[in-house]
Design a protein around this ligand. Structure first.
Ligand SMILES: NC(=O)C1=CN([C@@H]2O[C@H](COP(=O)(O)OP(=O)(O)OC[C@H]3O[C@@H](n4cnc5c(N)ncnc54)[C@H](O)[C@@H]3O)[C@@H](O)[C@H]2O)[C@@H](O)CC1
Ligand SMILES: Nc1ncnc2c1ncn2[C@@H]1O[C@H](COP(=O)(O)OP(=O)(O)O)[C@@H](O)[C@H]1O
Ligand SMILES: [K+]
Length: 499
């Protein structure tokens, strides 16, 4: 994960605590100072969003999350904001740094309104700050916290959640009972994985990172966010091609009767990513369809005129074709699940000593293979959707957190690159790192987007010679085109719109 700027790291609650403790005990910046920095950054942000004089209600628990809220309240009160503080567990049991900050707040502003939840009088506030629970959440949210959350979630003013929306699990993004629906989450020290998994994406609102003074050596993230800014900075400049074959060929093994659309989408997608040479290998019976649809792309038919899907008897011909020029193979879109096609696919995977991107029906064939050992010298990228991921590894995947863990584990164990699709899509690498898309991917959950993605990943694999960069660019490319589409058009997105 060396190439990723720390601001894209995604951490767990445990990793946040680790950084906090090490910075205090080994490095020598105390917790009170860290709280002051967190609160200062958060107050700056809130101030950038609201006019002075705005009235905010600050909901505080008893841990350090409440301490952050009290720092913000003090700083904003000095800037002319009106402040009401509401304690959910009273003030008798506050953590030491939080208690100290309560003292500072009162020292500056004796008239500040301090209430307990029982005395809270809902009136017109301009904004809400959630300092109830942060990374210390350890079970379903209890009353009166849950009551406060219900009230907050009916309000129409901006809600600023500190570190994590109360009730959202920082690691898994699962809601423990109930959770604050935030407009902004001001995350301290590092982003949390839970903002992007399960319900996290819809609960956290816009996520703002408030950096703390943690030395880099204490940063040990679970994953990182994929973002074009650092992906481009981390990329070698692609080789300039003199001849169309210089960059290598992407051989696509796809399609069967009734499923030629998948092959067409994948081939068009590869072509539009700018690759010089694309060869679509097809059973001869489907050649005519492709000739009409894919003008720029070279087609290599195998078998007889009445073959409309791949069979074992095509293996040698196909292996000869893919050995003709250096390149990589994309196998899977629309192959179908005929027994003969499954045997064909397994035989290609067993025998081709080169780089293969395995998608769709080829993943099904792979999951039915007894011995999944890769031929010496070959690299594999697998692009399963959640159903394919389960079948492939014969494991239950109950939620996104499971999916993240399984993707990381299997990519490392099997020394492959695993692009596990979903919301979010997750890339696991053979070194055991993981990367997540931090954007809306549900717009891509219609038939055909997988084929387009596979084509893009294949094309970028040849362009950058890195399976990881291939996945990042493939995902980002689709996202960028989708954004452009929504700016220029209305209505729902179709796969052809992002080719
Ligand atoms: N890097 C860091 O870790 C830093 C952390 N800071 C803040 O400190 C927070 C963590 O502080 P704490 O560890 O004190 O934890 P919290 O402030 O999240 O609260 C823990 C308290 O909540 C109670 N609690 C836990 N689950 C509950 C539930 N389901 N219902 C009701 N009460 C529950 C616990 O009994 C405990 O007393 C972070 O989220 C962040 O806001 C900042 O002050 C700056 C530095
Ligand atoms: N650009 C993208 N960024 C993130 N995820 C993507 C992107 N394109 C596709 N996906 C993921 O791939 C899924 C579609 O793949 P899949 O279910 O295999 O579809 P298909 O029916 O085309 O085979 C989407 O639901 C989404 O999770
Ligand atoms: K919170």
């Amino acid at each position: 994960m060396d190439l990723v700027p720390h601001s894209y790291y995604l951490c767990s609650a445990e990793q946040s605590r680790f950084m906090d403790e090490k910075t205090i005990s080994e490095f020598g910046i105390d917790g009170f100072t860290l709280m002051e920095i967190a609160g200062t950054r958060a107050a700056d942000f809130i101030q950038s969003q609201l006019p002075s004089g705005s009235h905010g209600v600050f909901f505080c628990g008893k841990g350090n999350n409440a301490g952050d809220a009290l720092v913000i309240a003090r700083l904003l009160s000095q800037q002319g904001f009106k402040i009401t503080i509401c304690f959910l567990s009273g003030t008798g049991d506050l953590s030491p740094d939080t208690l100290e900050n309560l003292g500072l707040l009162q020292k500056l502003d004796e008239d500040i309104e301090l209430l307990d939840w029982e005395d809270f009088n809902p009136s017109a506030f301009d904004f809400i700050v959630d300092g109830m629970l942060g990374t210390g959440l350890n079970s379903d949210v209890r009353a009166p916290y849950s009551d406060a959350i219900s009230w907050i979630n009916t309000q129409e003013v901006p809600v600023f959640a500190l570190d994590v929306p109360t009730g959202l699990h920082a690691d898994s993004g699962l809601i423990l009972g109930t959770a604050v629906q935030a407009d902004f989450t001001l995350s301290f020290g590092a982003l949390k994985t839970g903002f992007y998994l399960n319900q996290g994406f819809d609960t956290s609102g816009e996520v703002i990172l408030c950096e703390l003074s943690f030395p880099n050596k204490f940063k040990k993230p679970t994953a990182a966010l994929i973002d074009r800014s650092w992906v481009e900075a981390a990329s070698p400049s692609p080789k300039r091609q003199k001849h169309k074959y210089d960059g290598g060929v992407l051989y696509i093994i796809a399609g069967s009767e009734g499923l030629t659309g998948a092959g067409i989408l994948a081939a068009k997608s590869v072509w539009s990513a700018g690759l010089g040479a694309v060869v679509l290998i097809t059973p001869k019976g489907l050649l005519e369809i492709y000739e009409k649809q894919l003008v720029q792309i070279i087609k290599k038919p195998v078998g007889d005129r009445d073959d409309v899907y791949f069979k074992e008897e095509h293996v040698e011909q196909v292996l000869d074709i893919i050995a003709e020029k250096p390149g990589k193979v994309l196998i899977g879109p629309g192959l179908g699940r005929q027994q003969e096609t499954i045997r064909f696919t397994q035989s290609i995977l067993r025998n081709f000593e080169g780089d293969v991107l395995i998608d769709a029906d080829a993943l099904f064939a792979l999951s039915k293979m007894e011995n999944r050992k890769r031929p010496e010298g070959s690299n594999w990228i697998l692009t399963p959707h959640p159903g394919e991921l389960k079948t492939l590894f014969n494991q239950e995947v109950n939620d996104d957190f499971d999916q993240l863990n399984l993707t990381k584990e299997k990519a490392r164990e099997e020394k492959i690159t695993l692009l596990s699709k979903g919301m979010p899509s997750i890339v696991g690498t053979e070194t055991g790192d993981a990367y997540l898309t931090g954007y809306e991917t549900r717009i891509f959950s219609r038939a055909g987007f997988g084929d387009v993605l596979a084509g893009k990943v294949g094309a970028y694999w040849l362009k950058y010679s890195s399976s990881e960069l291939a996945c990042f660019y493939g995902l980002l490319d689709g996202f960028q085109k989708a954004q452009q589409y929504f700016v220029e058009n209305s209505g729902s997105l179709a796969p052809i719109d992002i080719i």
